[in-house]
Design a protein around this ligand. Structure first.
Ligand SMILES: [Cu+2]
Length: 174
């Protein structure tokens, strides 16, 4: 018969059975998590790039005039945003469907998060760091960019509009 390694720590067969069930469940759930992370292309944000949050307006990239949607030479788009209490600036961005988009977001004050419901676009925006997310939006429509980290009294109203237009409409800027 199968020599139960748990016998060394537990005498009760019923208890050992439940320990096995919980171990198997933990392995199955961990496996599912890994499987869906790979299958849906979900990645932890791993871009480690620092910036002085109090001087965003003095940087080239996050100066007010340079925010928004920019076409890149390889046909992808770059969206530069500033998250500040209580909004994402610019507050309205438009991107074509099915096009690679790189979001670069910096916080001007406290910890924020960004999340677009029904897509894989989500990340934390930690003051002092530039958050970078690469994604593409397969469906057209209007989406909300929501803050999902409590950032103060106006947190519930911290959101901006993301419009995904048909691909033929091209990359419009804000
Ligand atoms: Cu918030």
């Amino acid at each position: 018969m199968f020599n139960d390694p748990l016998r060394a720590i537990c005498d009760d067969p019923l208890e050992r059975k439940w320990i096995w069930i919980s171990l198997v469940l933990a392995v199955v759930m961990g496996g599912l998590l890994g499987f869906y992370a790979v299958a849906s292309n979900l990645n932890p944000p791993s871009n480690v790039e620092t910036i002085d949050s109090s001087r965003l307006h003095l940087t080239q990239e996050f100066a007010e005039d340079n925010l928004g949607v920019k076409n890149q030479p390889d046909g992808s788009l770059r969206v530069t945003l500033v998250a500040a209490r209580y909004g994402f600036y610019p507050q309205h961005i438009e991107v074509p469907a099915d096009t690679p988009v790189t979001f670069r977001i910096a916080s001007a004050d406290v910890l924020h998060g960004v999340h677009v419901p029904f897509t894989n676009m989500t990340t934390m925006i930690v003051p002092g760091y530039i958050s970078e997310v690469q994604t593409r939006f397969p469906r057209t429509g209007e989406f909300s960019l929501l803050c999902n980290e409590y950032c103060g009294l106006g947190h519930d109203s911290m959101w901006s509009r993301l419009v995904v237009v048909p691909k033929s409409a091209g990359g419009a800027s804000s």
